[in-house]
Design a protein around this ligand. Sequence first.
Ligand code: SAH
Ligand code: SF4
Ligand code: F3S
Length: 445
Amino acid sequence: MSAERGSSFFIHTFGCQMNQADTGIIAALLQAEGYLQAEREAEAGIVLLNTCAVRENAVERVEHFLQHLQGRKKREKGLIVGVAGCIPQYRREEMFSLYPAIDFLAGPDTYRTIPSLVEQVRRGGKLASLEFNSGETYEGIEPARDGATSAFVPVMRGCNNRCAYCVVPFTRGRERSQPFSSVMLEVQKLVTSGYREITLLGQNVNSYCDVENGYDFSALLDAVSREAPLARIRFTTSHPKDISESLVRTIASRPNICNALHLPVQSGSSRMLGRMNRGHTIEEYLEKIALIRSVIPDVALSTDIIAGFCGEREDDHQASLDLLSKVRFDSAYMFYYSTRPGTFAAETFEDDVPEPVKKRRLQEIIDLQNSISNELFQEAIGTVVEVLAETESRRSSEQLMGRTAGNRAVVFDRAHYQPGDLLRVLITGATSATLTGRPVPAVLP
Ligand code: SAH
Ligand code: SF4
Ligand code: F3S
């Protein structure tokens, strides 16, 4: 293996946006020690998997990669394989016996140890660094970023909720917030570098709290939107029980905060929400939706929903379908329940909805949501929307792909526009996942 390959790394990222942001942090930490980021895995002598444990199929994808890396290790002496993120934090040292390809493990609070883990592994042995550190916010590390248009800024990490099905509190530990001044410093740098979209991230972003300086999430959001007046501001994920009126009013009052809210509901049945320990009923959820829509009439709402949680009956499932019809979300992430050992649900309830029933219910949910999303897309034809151009379209360099404030993908004729431009587009067509259109002048005659 060449010296260059031995000192270059490649990271495969799985899971949520927080994990994508964390990959930027890990890359920055390795670069600071002189390692180079390879363009392709095959060119790297250090391969990292930044992993997700939220559902069994996420774990299976990582297992698949580990088998492939085991094959590479047999051929390439000196290849180093590290697994970071939520799976090792959850499965701990048993990972070494399950997957012989692994040289080191690092959890979400120990990324700073990764460069020294690599060095120690080179000298021989297998190592795990899996301590929780509820003070770790990775303050002061400027993440390596992919594009030049959109940037993620993690503002809080961890989760203090205990949703019965969820592994995240076990993998990410207690909530902690990045100090206000440190978030603002990062935002200033992004503004100087010309970023046009900033997404504030947290497992429960609206629980953000800088106690010492007296900033809650709506105060932070307001300040960020003023610091970056030319950038679109987004945030995710919000917990319904923590949506405050002041947050809704902040979104409405600041023009550059996108009128979009991702508000996971998980089920349309209060009985199931109780079993899931979500901390609110479906009536309370609908009251929040009504408040949001009364203050931000053009808001785009999206959600997460789980089919077939323990004890779910047909009437509970029907309640989820009814909720989708009632709210008419723009889009939804839809899953069937995957039992996670160690969670409250796995310890307490029986995973009693048979897999074919879970899959059938999920399919009904997907079919209904797709038809709603389709109808909403069709209604958009003929309207003029503001689009932030992101990349060239996959099909043609004559077209660009961008997103509306409500996060809908739009493919449009390029004309003289470049990625990073904010422009107005007349919507002329719609497919199931994309709107199509052409630019129109900034001010209509
Ligand atoms: N903190 C966020 C996201 C958590 S994980 C929140 O509270 O919404 C993202 C989504 O994965 C969840 O909203 C939930 O819909 C889904 N999910 C979590 N655990 C799951 C499980 N065991 N089986 C199926 N889906 C799950
Ligand atoms: Fe998981 Fe619930 Fe925390 Fe979200 S709020 S990360 S679903 S425990
Ligand atoms: Fe997955 Fe961890 Fe995110 S379990 S969803 S990568 S917080």
